[in-house]
Design a protein around this ligand. Structure first.
Ligand code: ATP
Ligand code: MG
Length: 360
């Protein structure tokens, strides 16, 4: 046997709700892929950080936890959020507590309509909507700056300050132009609200024009975020790569996922493009407590997530096979309820493994 040279260690963290169900399903598919492919290896280590752990110990991340996590090549994350923990505590306790120290400043969110599935946009079909939304992931409206005064008084005020640094805007803009350049259409839309927000958003516009000079082959335009929502619905074919602030891209990517058919198919990558820290990959959807434990969660978002992770690790061929297998399954009409089907998580997962078997 030929010695396997490419070996990656992956930290898995299902965390809350349906997170563990969809992460486990993805590990099953990746193990099948590794077995069939034979040219690379994945070593998984599971981390049990979750809202349950927080409720028991008062901490989402145990002491020294980040150092242990940092040893891995990538992190596959499920979802965080529990009914009895306020959302801002769980979000900052786990997800952002990993994203921030690991400098995962680029958040990448592809969307498309899978073969055999339908979009709520009545006329749109496979191929009509194929976008990558790049979300600034380290500052902006989610910088955590601000505070409250005169608590409880009728004159109480709260400030939520959006921070935009030239360094932060420039690095995400450069990343966005590079991402657009790698795609066949080489098309980028820069989203802001620079008519109403005269400081940070104007800085975005200025930096976009400067960075654009280094990418003469990328065609780009500017959109205000409100007009952008209309364009996504009315003219989806005119868009390809999209870059926006932390808040704007958060909202636009939920819209994108819904237009593509379901929040249950959309992946996201939190990347440290310098590769000094592991990047983290997760489905866009949340912990979905309404369907937890019922075996009906759509694992496709996490399959696509895992495929994006393999691409980032350098295993493009295997990543593509994994997506081809997933799309062969949706094309056969094997889908969970959110996509209008009747299959459960396990049926979809097994069907993807069978498709992989056929491919090798
Ligand atoms: P969060 O605050 O963590 O984003 P949320 O309350 O905004 O959570 P989700 O947990 O994503 O939202 O759930 C929104 C709806 O989408 C729920 O009805 C849920 O059941 C459904 N949903 C989310 N993910 C999936 C999935 N993978 N498969 C099927 N349905 C899903
Ligand atoms: Mg949500």
């Amino acid at each position: 046997p030929i010695a396997v040279q490419r070996k990656y260690s992956v930290a898995t963290m299902g965390a809350d709700g349906i997170g563990p169900e969809v992460v486990d399903a993805s590990v099953q598919v990746m193990e099948k892929l590794v077995e069939l492919d034979g040219s690379f290896q994945l070593a998984f280590e599971n981390f049990d950080w979750s809202s349950d752990l927080y409720k028991k110990t008062g901490k989402y991340i145990p002491d020294g936890g980040l150092d242990a996590l940092k040893k891995h090549d990538a992190i596959l994350f499920g979802a965080v959020g529990a009914p009895d923990v306020p959302d801002h505590i769980s979000l900052w306790g786990l997800r952002l507590a990993i994203c921030q120290p690991f400098q995962q400043y680029a958040n990448v969110r592809p969307t498309k309509i899978f073969r055999g599935t339908s979009s709520p946009l009545r006329k749109a079909e496979h191929g009509d909507l194929d976008w990558v939304i790049i979300r600034e992931n380290s500052e902006g409206e989610y910088a955590g700056q601000g505070g409250r005064s005169h608590r409880g008084q009728p004159w109480e005020t709260a400030t939520e300050v959006a921070i935009f640094s030239r360094h932060g805007v420039e690095r995400i803009m450069r990343f966005a132009f590079q991402s657009a350049q790698k795609r066949p259409r080489k098309l980028l839309t820069v989203v802001t609200k620079s008519n109403a927000q005269r400081n940070g958003m104007v800085l975005w516009d200025e930096v976009a024009s400067e960075v654009a000079k280094d990418f003469p082959d990328v065609e780009w335009d500017k959109m205000l975020v409100d007009a952008m929502t209309c364009r996504m619905v009315l003219d989806p074919k005119s868009l390809d790569t999209i870059v926006a602030t932390n808040l704007h891209a958060d909202i636009l990517s939920d819209l994108a996922a819904a237009l593509a058919g379901s929040i249950g198919i959309a992946p996201t990558s939190n990347l440290d493009p310098t590769r000094q820290n592991p990047s983290m990959f997760e489905p866009i959807h949340g912990s979905a407590f309404d369907i937890t434990g019922k075996g009906v969660a759509n694992p496709v978002a996490t399959f696509w997530t895992a495929s994006e992770m393999l691409t980032w690790l350098g295993e493009e061929e295997a990543a593509k096979k994994m997506m081809d297998a997933v799309e062969a399954v949706t094309e056969r009409g094997i889908a969970t309820r959110d996509l209008g089907g009747s299959a459960g998580t396990k049926e979809v997962t097994d069907a993807v493994c069978q498709e992989l078997d056929k491919m090798y």
